[in-house]
Structure formats: structure tokens, C-alpha cells
Design a binder for this molecule. Sequence first.
Ligand SMILES: [Zn+2]
Length: 853
Amino acid sequence: MPGTNLTQAEAAARSALLQITTYDVTLDLTTGPDTFVSTSRITFTATTPGSSTFADLVGATNVSATLNGLPLDASAYADSRLALDGLADTNELVVTADMAYSHTGEGLHRFVDPVDEKVYLYSQMEVPDARRVFASFEQPDLKATFTFHVTAPEGWAVFSNSPTPVPTSLGDGNARWDFAVTKRMSTYITAIVAGEYVGVEDSYVGKNGTIPLGLYSRASAREHMDVDSLFTLTKQGFELFEDLFDYPYPFGKYDQFFVPEFNAGAMENAGAVTIRDEYIPASRQPRSFYDFRTNMILHEMAHQWFGDLVTMKWWNDLWLNESFAEWAGYYAAANATEFTDAWTGFTNARKLSGYRQDQLITTHPIAPEIKDLHDIEVNFDMITYAKGASALKQLVAWVGMEPFTIGLRAYFRDHAYGNTEFKDLLGALEKASGRDLSTWAEEWLQTSGVNTVRPEFTLNADGTYASLTIHQSAAPEHPTLRRHRMGVGLFDLVEGSLVRRTTIEVDVEGGLTEVAEAVGKKQPDLLLLNDEDLAYVKVRLDERSYATAVAHLSKLDDSLARALIWTAAWDMCRDGELPTSDYIDLVLANIGQETDSWGLSRIPVLAESALFGYVSPDKLPELQDRWEAGVRELLVAAEPGSDAQLIFAKTYAAATDTARGSIHGCMRGERTIADVKALLDGSWTLPGLTVDQDLRWRFITGLCAAGAFGEAEISAELERDTTQSGKENAAGARAASPDPTVKAEAWRLATMDPATPNATGESIANEFSRAGQPALDGYVHAYLDAAETILDKVGTHRAARALEYIFPRQLATQANLDVIDKWLASTTASAMAVRYVREGRDELARAMRAQQA
Ligand SMILES: [Zn+2]
């Protein structure tokens, strides 16, 4: 359907021709469970009278349209576009159509809660899905004002970008909500949220008066909404951002909706933010969960300025939205909330995703070329988010926070309610800092890849440095060497503790950078490049420093420095410079004392992935034993009721993958299975560990993965847990099973069945490729077949999530690489599908290299 794939050239031509004045959109939500009636009345001007253009409208039926009062021929609507000919100076387009509710989280999503049959709708318009809700000119630089009218059952709660008006009863059980006109905005941040939502209101007195605040959720999830902490966080965010940006919140009121089956984490609709309702959890979650939620809530709030007030002209500058919102979210969390160590969590978790993505064959610049909408759909990735935020953190170190802030303020002032490009923000920052940022932008925004820095030194006879040089390298495919401002930390063992003696700040440039200030200083027990984590760079430890880290990492009283060392070890392991067994030993020896919430949550997951990805089959059984026994020890030793205890319980449940030791011909793992069963049925209790619903599903999924549990246990659990989340977890548990028939059905649901709810498909994809299952063997072929057809079968978003997560990463063999290469040479699959296949291939190749090392 090329009509849906708007190109940059088409968008540029359309915005040169048109100026949109107003949208008046009426949605009738009373016509049934499958469709709603949408009427879009658009006024706009054209610079060239008599010319032609088109509006966007996807999946519409019973379309009737008039342009300037004259009916359009039925043939005008074809291929998701409405042809508009003979434009006048000033035009009015009116389009009425039946539109389908979405079940993929794209357009107007409709959900019925299985707990109480209550109905919930919410819109998701980004990237190009307003056109699934109303006829529109769908591109970010055709901003307009919007007036929404909604007809819905009386008693529903209805929301949009403007404050909710008092509804007018229609006397037939329905009512009509007439919303006030909005500020000028892009189509992709408009919103409609309607249904039996419940919630609570508050307000914040901001720079421009009172901002009404709302928090809403499904009725069945309301009890889980921690209203006080959410409002506190919201107010902390407003206080920081209004001050930092020196620009009052631009959209009047601020509602946050926790919605079901949401595809992303959250969406920054102007004044009407939607958030996946997993973020008001029914079960206990570790601190890292709340740390992430805090960043996310602040990220969406930052978008009200970055993205909503000032918007990229075209999607190639998505980084102007996402990288800045990401940076601002972490900055605000660290400076305005209780999560003062948010940047440590960034280093321990989020940033690793950026490094990973940047080393895949499909990496791209932070500011890439985006020639059409298909290009952008795969760019909501960790280059745009994590690497982009890292690059901005480095930019702040490079130009200084004050000039950076002055530049941002000028940018918002100069471009409010408008659209911008790359050069506009760079220009504002250059003016404020007095520095030429063109080469910085070229190095950081327009090229790909991550650099590696390693220390090289010589010593004097007395153990002091005779020289210390930072050696910078780049991957051959991405040879750019960059400038980095970074700290060089010298740490010594003092009475059993690892203590920072000093940090030397240096500007690294080119292949070799002398650290003159280190000469004459005693060699430390641990030398840490990129101390304080200002830079986006892979760091190597010298031999002495690594030995110190293994023995004493937990004695280093600086969580960010520890995070950098954890990261360095992980990078060395992934790059085949550190045996996986050494990495596992580092984790088992030190993770029990780790206090950073993200370090604690993420590092065991990395260790497990290294175990099943990077270890050759002949060495695996011995290492599995060590891992399994080590995790059990950590679990038993963890402080009662601590996050560590909860996380090690989950890690131990996942370690049932090792229970498939029986595949290797022994009974390894039988104890793990017995332990997890005992934790589940309560015959083994650990003081302080409550086995709540979430943990029960983790245990059950682990046992299903090990083949110890099956449909009987899953069905029994579904009787206890009747929620939507229960259904999703059950689908995941089935997908984890090694039974070929059960696996085949899970595969069908995730990759072929359009009726599978999006969140259920995601749960299946997450659990499908469990380690060591013979049943996975045929799935490289199945994956390649799916890549050809999945987009048409299940839609863009579901296809992307499935292809990303369901790839059988455990099947690292040359034969499989050959099969994939042959497919890649001849496929006609979509660019998006090919991208995921190439990434999967890349990970298999890395696993094979690591195994050989
Ligand atoms: Zn965002």
C-alpha cells in the first residue's frame, strides 16, 4: 500500500502548497463495537489556486466527502488517500466515514476489560495514525488548531487535548462532549481517550497560572494507581521544566492516562499523556521499575516542550524530539526527584541498549536520512533514545550547562508552536556557547558507531606513571574517531575499601591522547576511563584494574563508578576480550552487594544471556552448574524483603533454563525445578519474600520452560488470575514450553493471527526463544517465512515487536547463518523485516565469535 507510505518529498511539496487553519473533528462512538463514525472538517489555504493535493485516510468505509461544498467522486478515495483537485485560495474539506476500532494500539484502540466487561478506548496517533481516526494532512509540519466533538454513552469519561467540557445529554442514553479549540499542533499529538475510566484530579500552580492535573485508569486497575507519588512527581517535573526552559507549560491542563495494551511505554499527546498500565503494577516491583517509570513520566512531560510546542519539520529530526526528551527525563529525575542516582541507572541499563544497537549491522546516525514513513517506523530505537541522550549529556559537558540552557530557552522562544530542523537547535546552542558545533554535530549526530578507549601506560621504578595515554579506536565499518570530554579516575584500596584518589578531566581527541597530569602519580589499584560517565564510549580496563574489580568491586562506594566497571566488563565479554566464565564470576562475587537498583536488576539478566549466548556447548554444563548454584546462594543470603531477594528469586526462576541440562544428558537442574515448585506452592518459604501474582507467573513460566509444568497448571492459574495481565502471562508461559505442538500454536498466534491482542503477542515473543530447546530447531526457517508475510498479517507494530523479540537467538550455527544469508540475497520482504533479520543474523554471528573466543 504505497499510499500509506508518505515520502519526505511528498510531505515537502504538500507543506509548500498548503497552510492548514483548523480541524473540526466529530467522532460518534455509539455505533457499535467494531466501527465509529468520523467527520473531519478541515479549513486550509493553498498558495497555488487550481492545484491538486491529497488528504490521508486509512481503512475508511462509507466515505463521503465534499471540497468547497462540491461532492467528491467516490473514486477520489483510493489507496488510503483522498485526491483533492482544483483547490481555491481558501478551502473547506468535509469527510465523513466509518472507521474501524484498532486492536493493535494504532489509531483508536478499543479494549474490553475481562474482569468487568467495561469498555476503554484511547488513541495512538504517532507516527501516522491520526489518519486511522479522521481524515487529515498527516505530517508533523502541517500544524493546525483542533476542535473535537465526541458522542458517547452518557456516564463515560471522555478526554482530549483540551479540558473536558460538561457533556450535553442527547436524551437517548448518549451525550455529546464539545471540546474547546486547541493550540496549533501536529496531528500526531492529538488524542481522544474515552470509556469507563476512573481517576482523580489535582492541580499545580505554574508560571502561567494553575495547571489542572488528572490521573486516570481502568476501574479494575484504579486501586493500583499510587496517586500521591504520581502527582508529586508530576509537580516536581513541572517545577523543574518551567524553570529550565524558562517557558510556561504550553497546553493548559495535564492529564495522564494509564491504558491497557499500549505499544510503547508512553505517548506525549499534548496535555493528554497515555502510559501503558503495567506502570501501575498490581504486584511488587523493584526500585528500578519506579526509577524507569519516573524517567518515562518526565520524558513525556519534557516532550510537551520538545516535540509538542516545537516540533521537528520531518521525521529525520526525530532526535530533536526523542533524544532531548530522553536526556531531559534523566536530568529532571536526577535533579528534581528522589531518584538522584538516575544517571547511574542510565549507565547500568538504558545506555547498554544504545551500545548494543550501535554495534549492530543496522546502526544509523542519530540524525539519519528518513525518506519515507517506513524508514521512521524502525527508528524509534535505542540509537534515537539512549545514544541520543548520551550524546547530549556529552554536549552539556562540552559546552557547559549554562550556555546549553540559554540555547534551549532561545530555541523554545523563537520556535514556539512551529517546526524546526537540525540547524535551528544547533544554531541556538552555537549562539549561546560561542562554539562552532558543526564538527561536533558531524561526529556525534551524522555518523554511526561507538569508539573504544583503553589506557596505555609505562611505569617508573617507584610505581608511578612515567606516561599515561588514552588510545581511541573505532570499528572498521565506522572509522570516525570523536572528541570526548571525560574523567580519568584513580582508585586505591584503602583499608578494604576502594576509594577514588582523584579524577583528571581530559579532552580526548584522535587516536592517542596523553594524560600529562597523571605522570608522576602512583599507579592506582584501579584506573577508570570515563569516570563520571560524561562520554558515550566503550571502556577497557587494564589487567591490574580488572583484577581489582573482580576482588573488590562491591567495596567501591560510588554507584556510578561501579556501573562503569560493570559495563566495561560486559563490553569486554561481548567483544570476546573476556571469557564469559570470568564475567559470570565477577557477577556472582559482587552482585549481592550491588545497591544501584538498575545494576541489581539488569546485570543478572546480562549474565544469563552471556551464559546461553556466548559459551560453547562443551563448556556450558560446568558453567550452568556454577550459575545455578551461585544464584541460589545469592537468593538464600539476600536480606529478607529486599529488592535483591525479589530479583534473585526471578533470576532463579529464569535459571530453570539451565534445568534443561537433561538435554545434555544429566539431571542438572532437577534441584532448581524442585526449588521453584516449592517456592510456588509455599513448601519452601524465604523470610520477607511474598510470592505475589507476578512472581507466581515468573515461577510458572520458568517451570513451563523447563517442561515441568504445562497446560493444566496454566489453566489452574488462570482461574486464580482473571485479569488481562493473567491472560498475557499465560500466553507467555505457553510460548516458553518446549512442547513442539504448544510452541507451534504460540508461534502462529504471535506471527500470523491478526486477532491476537498486541500485548499478548508481545508476551509470546518475549518468552518463545528460551534456551536449549530442541523444539526451537526449525524456527530459523519459520522466522524467515514469517518475515515475508508478517507485516500484512498482523500490522506494523505487532510485526516489529514479534520480529525483534522472537528471533531464535540460541541457534548460533554456521548452517543457520548460511540459511539467513541465502534468504537475504533473494528476499522481497519489507525493509523493516529485513532489518530485523539482519540484526538477528548479526547477533548469531557475535555469539559464534564469542563462543570461539
Ligand atoms: Zn518520547
